[in-house]
Ligand binder design. Structure first.
Ligand code: HAM
Length: 413
């Protein structure tokens, strides 16, 4: 029969990959919980409306990348393409405005986007993310950036560069949008088709197009149109980043693929990643909570792709943890005793494996060697033969003292 395969753009996390991913989780927990963030997990799917309103109808994500389906009750549902709108929904739904602000939440979850798969770009991927909701203090922006810089550093992510900009308020952006549209229309002949097609819908994305670069170099920049308050906010974020020794480049052409951003936006890239160079990004979203029906509440955060971090980071080879005891037996009558001994050993804190494939005694020693077992116990009905695989020494011990002997041999007893 034809083999069933994993869907395009998805991948299996195999045991050899799991250790490196756990390291990301461990470091994320250390860095973020150390700064007062607490973990949150939201549902894998949400009402489609949450993303349509939150992320924005005009974005590529909402227009063409969402896995949307109708549930049995005829309601439109979507596999989460990102985590910020769901976290804000949870903030509103659970009345978190009553807690001390800002409420700091982090997540490590899977996300879904129907993108053209390539290295570093998948249809199911994992993000580690952090959201600080309830304060518009520029220190929140600076601290979130510092936390992501620290996380990438702790994981030895190579060739990292940080770009930062400010998008101001939606009102500033609306006025600027018209100005930019006029510039794009005046140079329509020099623009690639996809940029021309988006002049009405999403003109800011023109900054993302390499082919449009000559026209965009001459384009007016939003950063030059900020209100005095927004410009001051951005200047303070930069001052704080400098004081924290976080190197960054101001890039007025930085646009992000989600519509909820206000004021600060930033992106960490790595030279190790090729075309999909974004390791992590985020920014401030002061109108998002209101957009999804909550009280006016500012927020700021980021998300970084777990797979992209791992692609750009050192991955020390991981050896499976050593096994303390391998329980061998040749007579099926000993199977129950082997199961019991392995269980006792584990409860005593040892790593213990029992024979599970009916091998010959020789085969069992080979297997014990393969898994790096320090001791092998051979059950025979009466006493047990205990072999120290390191010294080669073999002794007969009473069944009930096997665990104690191994603990002693491992320096634990
Ligand atoms: P984003 O830039 O769309 O932002 O995604 C954040 C990170 O997720 C990217 O930098 C990238 O590493 C990873 N990523 C995105 N799409 C894919 C994909 N198809 N395959 C593999 N990795 C991917 C957000 O999602 C915002 N929610 C970030 C944020 C949080 N802003 C404020 N708070």
């Amino acid at each position: 029969m034809r083999k069933v395969q994993a869907p395009r753009g998805t991948f299996d996390v195999l045991p050899d990959d799991a250790d490196a991913r756990e390291a990301v989780e461990r470091e994320a927990r250390r860095v973020l919980e150390g700064a007062g963030y607490r973990r949150i997990e939201t549902p894998t799917f949400e009402a489609t409306e949450l993303f349509a309103r939150g992320v924005g109808e005009a974005t590529d994500i909402v227009r063409k990348e969402m896995f949307t389906f109708e549930d049995q009750g005829g309601r439109s549902m979507t596999l989460r393409p990102e985590g910020t709108a769901p976290v804000c929904r949870a903030y509103v739904e659970h009345g978190m405005h009553k807690l001390a602000q800002p409420v700091r939440l982090w997540y490590l979850s899977s996300f879904y986007r129907h993108e053209a798969p390539q290295a570093g770009r998948y249809r199911q991927f994992w993000q580690v993310g952090a959201e600080a909701i309830g304060s518009d203090d520029p220190a929140v922006d600076a601290e979130t950036v510092v936390l992501l810089a620290d996380l990438l550093d702790a994981l030895n992510t190579h060739g990292v560069r940080l770009r930062i900009s400010s998008l101001g308020t939606p009102e500033t952006r609306a006025a600027y949008r018209e100005e930019l549209q006029a510039h794009l229309r005046a140079h329509e002949d020099d623009l690639p088709r996809d940029v021309r097609d988006r002049i009405d819908l999403n003109p800011l994305r023109a900054f993302d197009s390499a082919e449009a670069a000559p026209v965009m170099r001459e384009a007016p920049k939003l950063l030059d149109r900020l209100t005095p308050e927004d410009a001051e906010h951005f200047a303070e974020v930069r001052r704080l980043l400098e004081a924290a020794d976080v190197p960054h480049e101001v890039d007025p052409t930085l646009v992000r693929g989600l519509d909820y951003y206000t004021r600060t936006v930033f992106e960490f890239e790595s030279t190790e990643l090729g075309a999909q160079s974004g390791v992590g990004g985020g920014g401030r979203y002061d109108r998002l909570v209101e957009l999804i029906g909550g009280p006016a509440t500012p927020g700021c955060g980021w998300a970084a792709g777990v797979e992209r971090i791992l692609l750009a980071a050192d991955r020390p080879p991981v050896a499976p943890p050593p096994v303390d005891l391998y329980v061998a037996f040749t007579d099926d009558a000993q199977r129950a005793a082997a199961l019991k001994l392995a269980g006792e050993a584990r409860r005593a804190g040892l790593r213990a494996q029992m024979e599970l494939a009916g091998r010959s005694l020789k085969g069992q020693f080979k297997q014990a060697d393969r898994v790096g077992a320090r001791f092998v116990a051979v059950l025979g009905g009466g006493d047990t033969e205990l072999k120290d695989m390191e010294s080669g020494e073999q002794r007969t011990v009473a069944g009930e003292s096997v665990v104690r002997e191994v603990l002693r041999g491992r320096g634990i007893g």
